[in-house]
Design a protein around this ligand. Structure first.
Ligand code: PEP
Ligand code: MN
Length: 336
């Protein structure tokens, strides 16, 4: 349930209420809105319901949240979550671009891609140093050497780095180099890892599992928020369907659905959703038009030689053209 405090409820009233909730063994998660404070209560429902909550000073009303996820829900927080990552702003009306290669391959490749991301207008740079590959014989990533190359690219361009953490044992290592930790589709229900990321202070880009429902995806985000980390960015990357023309099927309707259910920012990854370079620009337009907070796209200085996902990677020129096109549409739609 959530306890909605009156406008102007004092700090003391809030603290006393939180202390009482702790006494009955409940967790209290505070969301400070522009005008009022909302307290998300998680714990033994029976015991909490026995408290005459509406009679406590400063309380306006108590609302039950019927959904299985609480802290990610709109009921808990009405205003959209905005996340600042160095100079980049995620959410709150901005449409941000994350661009970069699928995987880090060499210093030169990363630097070329990062410069192209920057000059095209991307706000964040992506690249995988730990790659989740279907085959154990495929390129698995450069690990810490790759992380160092990403950090060097950030030092030169100023773009914050998004990179995947594949294993709970690598969280500490990846956090030393990255600005955003990506949880890939295959790890969306790695609950131990989600919980651990909940204790972290790093922003998390949480991809939708390839067979996950929207509710399962939001429950995965709930695992992270529950432990205190509120900086979660959702990313729709396509789901498995019977269609074979694309690698996955982009569930474009998930964006307005999630916007209605949750305050968390949501991105679209048309590269992994389609696997087809030519489909990336039109689906970025769709993402912008449907209200996503941004897109994540793969770019490569020489896609034909990419060690991973070359056929879905935009060339540097292609990325520049797409960005010019998106700027026009953003202006038309009144987005930044
Ligand atoms: C990626 O972004 O490089 C990636 C592997 O994506 P996904 O987890 O969505 O397949
Ligand atoms: Mn990829």
């Amino acid at each position: 349930m959530v306890i909605v405090m009156r406008e102007g409820a004092s700090k003391k009233e809030i603290e006393e209420l939180v202390a009482l909730l702790h006494e009955v063994g409940a967790e209290a998660h505070i969301s400070q809105g522009e005008f009022r404070t909302v307290i998300g209560v998680i714990g033994d429902r029976e015991r909490v319901m026995q408290m005459p909550l509406e009679a406590y000073p400063g309380v306006e009303k108590v609302v039950a949240i019927m959904k299985p996820y609480k802290l990610v829900s709109r009921e808990f927080r009405e205003e959209p979550t905005v996340i600042n990552i160095r100079d980049a702003v995620i959410g709150g009306g901005h449409f941000s671009i994350i661009a970069g290669p699928c995987s880090v391959e060499s210093e030169e490749q990363v630097m070329q891609a990062a410069r192209a991301a920057k000059s095209g207008g991307a706000e964040l740079f992506r690249g995988g140093a730990f790659k989740p590959r279907s085959s154990p014989y495929s390129f698995q990533g450069l690990a810490e050497d790759g992380l160092k190359m990403l950090a060097a690219a950030r030092d030169e361009t100023g773009l914050p780095v998004v990179t995947e953490v594949l294993d709970v044992r690598d969280i500490e290592l990846v956090s030393r180099y990255a600005d955003v930790l990506q949880v890939g589709a295959r790890n969306m229900q790695n609950f131990l890892m989600l919980r651990e990321l909940g204790f972290s202070e790093m922003p998390i880009l949480l991809k939708r599992g390839m067979s996950a429902t929207i509710e399962e995806w939001l429950m995965a985000a709930e695992y992270i928020l529950k432990e205190g980390n509120k900086k979660v960015i959702l990313c729709e990357r396509g789901i498995r369907t019977f269609e074979t023309a694309t690698r996955n099927t982009l569930d474009i309707s998930s964006i307005p659905i999630v916007k209605g259910l949750s305050h968390l920012p949501i991105f679209v990854d048309p590269s992994h959703a389609t696997g087809v370079r030519e489909l990336v620009p039109p689906l970025c337009r769709a993402a912008l038009a449907v209200g996503a907070d941004g897109v994540m796209v793969e770019i490569h200085p020489n896609p034909r030689e990419a060690l991973c996902d070359g056929s879905q990677s935009l060339t540097i020129d292609g990325f520049g053209l797409m960005m010019d096109d998106l700027r026009g549409l953003a202006e038309y739609l009144g987005r930044q």
